[in-house]
Design a binder for this molecule. Structure first.
Ligand SMILES: Cc1ncc(COP(=O)(O)O)c(C=O)c1O
Length: 427
């Protein structure tokens, strides 16, 4: 089939045509292409396939849920949506209210709207600005596209919106090194003073900028942001769309810092990729303040909180807990580190970094080759060897399903190592 002429419009993140590949089926962490070749999804589909394909318990749950209640409108409760809300609140430490959404973008859209409505409702309508990080990705719909700070994933052609201000993440853009926590505090404090806290509604942060190159901040980073937000009356939104549900080694990556965000957004791995579902968790106190101010939210999404998605999410959480997958992700970090870190000796590698099941190789320009080209060559070589990794802006990301076997993780890592060594040799 000539894919370029098919009726389906498919784009990759950089606006170029995707390679003409058709996936016929999937089993565990592996997919099968139309030519019969199998490949390991070392990027968990699109960072969502936490339990691999065709997990028998998820399939049975989805089938049962469909035949019990095939749909429930967002104006009503279902047993499934109530049970999932309780479970999510419990995982977050309790006393959160859950509003359902459909995608990471829509969850972040709702979260920023909640923050603005809250300040409107408390008589501070000038507090409108959303602060986000320069290496962030929050989605490419609605407000999420303006909050996205990482140039490689910005929607080009739109001018910047004055209600969205990007500040440096934990990494110094000039040196490429991490800022110290004291530098971060001083930098953010200065930016808040410059913008004026009376103009700022919220700060939205990923605990680890994943699409932005797996930037793992120093310990204490989120605690500083949390404290600054408290002190300056800024609603803190933590975007756990990628990091949530075990990928960082915790249920939610912010939990490492012992903080309690005002709002947490989640998507992707919530249903292990089996059903479109996202959620916005809001502290009870923020929820009550919104109710009292009577400023309507008006964010109704027909398919949000679908009972099938909620049941699948509950089962996914049950399996993740039962099989100890958060702990496993934390322990597996040792394997990624041991196999990938030695690549830093090569000319083409700038840095290897990561936590849990989320790792990145950052490439360096050398000789005539630019880092983005080298990363793409390495990714293509991996794919030839039946291992799918993600390359963008000179960085390769690898984040396999949480229930991958040690053999599968070793396969993904050694394929990547071989590909880097091969390309490094050729350059
Ligand atoms: C941290 C983060 N937030 C939000 C999104 C957007 O999610 P979606 O593609 O479901 O809209 C993504 C997608 O990769 C993400 O990585």
């Amino acid at each position: 089939m000539n894919y370029q002429e098919s009726a389906q419009w498919v784009e990759d993140f950089e606006g170029k045509d995707v390679p003409p590949t058709l996936i016929k089926s999937g089993q565990g962490g592996w997919i099968r292409f139309e030519d019969g070749r199998r490949a390991f999804e070392a990027v968990s589909g699109h960072s969502c396939l936490n339990l691999g394909h065709a997990h028998p318990e998820l399939l049975e749950t989805a089938g049962h849920a469909l035949s019990t209640l095939s749909y429930c409108s967002p104006e009503h409760y279902s047993d499934s949506s109530l049970a999932l809300a309780e479970r999510l609140s419990e995982l977050l430490g309790g006393a959160y209210r859950i509003k359902y959404a459909l995608s990471g973008s829509s969850a972040n859209e709702i979260a920023m709207t909640i923050a603005r409505r809250h300040w409107e409702g408390t008589g501070k309508p000038a507090k409108r600005i959303a602060i986000s990080l320069d290496r962030s990705y929050h989605g490419n719909m609605g407000q999420a596209q303006f909050a996205t700070g990482y140039e490689a994933f910005r929607v080009s052609g739109y001018s910047d919106h004055s209600d969205y201000v990007h500040v440096p993440c934990a990494r110094n853009p000039a040196s490429g090194k991490l800022f110290s926590t004291e530098e971060i505090r001083a930098l953010l404090e200065a930016r808040i003073a410059q913008i004026g806290q009376d103009n700022i509604a919220c700060m939205i942060v990923e605990p680890i900028n994943f699409a932005g190159g797996v930037i793992v901040p120093p310990d204490g980073y989120l605690a500083i942001i949390h404290e600054l937000c408290r002190r300056h009356d800024i609603t803190l939104i933590v975007d756990e769309v990628i990091t949530g549900f075990g990928r960082s080694g915790k249920w939610f990556a912010f939990q490492k810092e012992g903080i309690r965000p005002d709002i947490v957004t989640m998507g992707k791995g919530i249903t292990a990729g089996y059903f479109p579902l996202a959620a916005v968790a809001v502290t009870n106190s923020l929820y009550m303040a919104l109710r009292e101010s009577k400023v309507p939210l008006k964010k109704v999404i027909t398919m949000a909180g679908h009972p099938v998605g909620c049941e699948v999410a509950l089962k996914n959480i049950e399996i993740t807990a039962r099989d100890g997958l958060c702990k496993r992700a934390e322990e597996n970090a040792g394997i990624f580190c041991e196999v990938l870190k030695p690549l830093e000796r090569l000319r083409s590698i700038k840095e290897v970094r990561g936590v849990g099941h989320m790792w990145a190789l950052e490439f360096a320009d050398f000789d005539q080759q630019k880092a983005p080209e080298i990363a793409k060559m390495v990714a293509a070589r991996c794919e030839d060897e039946n291992c799918i990794v993600a390359a963008s802006a000179g960085i390769i990301r690898i984040n396999p399903p949480l229930n991958s076997s040690i053999a599968e993780i070793s396969f993904a890592c050694s394929t990547l190592v071989n590909a880097v060594e091969y390309v490094d040799d050729c350059c």
